[in-house]
Design a protein around this ligand. Sequence first.
Ligand code: SF4
Length: 406
Amino acid sequence: MPLQNYLPETRSPNPILINDFPLPKAAYIHIPFCRRRCYYCDFAISVVGDKLRGESSQTITEYLQFLCQEIQQSPDLGKPLETIFFGGGTPSLLDGSQLELILTNLEQKFGINPSAEISMEIDPATFNLAQIQDYQRVGINRFSLGVQSFQDHLLTLAGRSHRREDIFHAVDLIHQAHINNWSLDLISGLPQQTLADWQNSLETAIDLAPNHISSYDLIVEDGTPFAKQYQPGDQPLPDDRTTADMYILAQETLTQAGYEHYEISNYSQPGKQCRHNRVYWQGESYYGFGMGAASYLNGQRFTRPRTRSSYYQWLEDGCVIDTPILTKDELFLETLMLSLRLQEGLNIQQLSAKFGTELATWTIENLQPYQQRGWVELTDQQISLNDPQGFLFSNEILSTLFSLKM
Ligand code: SF4
């Protein structure tokens, strides 16, 4: 497909020049299939039930054909891939040979750096030892296990399809396969979750010795079963005070166990940060493939259609992208929002070079009240949020900046 098809038909008045954008070296691949929909989830997924997996499913096979078609039709912007992330959905419903097919298409189209980080999300009770070894064989070298909680009653309430015992079995398989780069996801702020439950989940996670832990605070998204059942601030959702305590407890417990708090919601052992996710936080370009996947190319973010039929139709219509390019102000605010998630924050010189000294000065001036409260660290070179208070109040800090600018 010509690059032109990926450029917007309508332009905002103040676009950033295309040359300002680094070439993409990362690709996100969306595998939208799940056994069932968890009650808090608003991702673009297709529910396939308990029995369907990989090669036995015509639905999945058909999707992979369209996905590979999209990869082949994509413009190649010239750099081999350095990170690839299979997210979902539940990518571990695929077999190794199916991931291999996608990787072969990516290799043919863009090339893959031999030292690339290739991650996939896996869910407890969806894979066995042979399958995970097959994933390694085809080149997956980082695994992210969707645990969310170690309490069966909370897993049930959240609509998860696995139970506590499944998690221990999954981790056993990870150890048996000698995987040395894996992550575990947890959620705080679940309905009925107490501080004691959360502490138990954190400590159990540490005992399992993952290289990386993601700790997300529940967001009740519109349109989910949770949104119908629970209003933010109401019981049985933990109140704001408790969720703030949960955040601080995670920060204290995980850093004491030797994990570096390198991003608002992410902790890692030394050298085990997620390289792919850093691409997003650093505002770099990336390809996205698959239903509902977002890409960020030439300063333009585009999200693909969120249902299988509309995604297939979009592919058949030639993948036309008609969203407007981000304006300079939008890009500036997005840069602040993403880079302040990182422990190191953002570099003032780079901010000035990209957006001008005026905007850099504006940022520093408007963050000074928060510096006085001890939430923001300002030096000659860097702007960053303090851990944990700055991270905890990041929404308040950013919404002030947004309201001043928009
Ligand atoms: S497994 Fe993940 S993607 Fe699938 S429904 Fe649950 S939260 Fe959503």
